[in-house]
Design a protein around this ligand. Structure first.
Ligand code: 5GP
Ligand code: ZN
Length: 113
């Protein structure tokens, strides 16, 4: 059956996206509504709802190291931010785990103090 999840469809190539990296576990695309000059999404190929449901250390490690790798290849040597909006209170809109990689401008401080 054809998946209804938009990110599953992107991973399968049924919905177009700009891919900047892929391997056997994950795919990295450019966000369609970028919030910074560089705004990438690191997606696992398998459908995992959010970080809450992630129960695979090998996949967790890969997602993190790929985020760092694409940040380097985008030239974000001045710094960048990793965000994983998780479930309702975390502001997650798409229920397929994704890590946001943001950079290319000063992002300011996120937490007070
Ligand atoms: P969330 O709020 O779930 O953490 O973020 C979802 C992100 O996915 C948003 O930044 C949104 O712009 C992005 N997004 C939603 N639909 C698509 C799409 O079809 N293609 C791409 N490239 N990004 C998408
Ligand atoms: Zn999915």
């Amino acid at each position: 059956m054809e998946p209804t999840c938009i990110f599953c469809r992107i991973v399968e190539g049924r919905v177009p996206s700009t891919r900047v990296y892929e391997d056997e576990l994950c795919v990295v695309i450019r966000d369609i509504r970028p919030q910074a000059p560089v705004h990438l999404l690191v997606l696992p190929r398998t459908h995992v709802q959010s970080l809450w449901e992630l129960d695979d250390e090998a996949l967790a490690g890969r997602l993190l190291s790929v985020a760092s790798r694409v940040a380097r290849s985008e030239g974000l040597d001045k710094g960048w931010r990793l965000i994983a909006n998780t479930r309702d209170h975390g502001g997650q809109e798409v229920a397929h785990l994704h890590l946001h990689v943001l950079g290319g401008r000063s992002l300011g401080r996120m937490l007070p103090g």
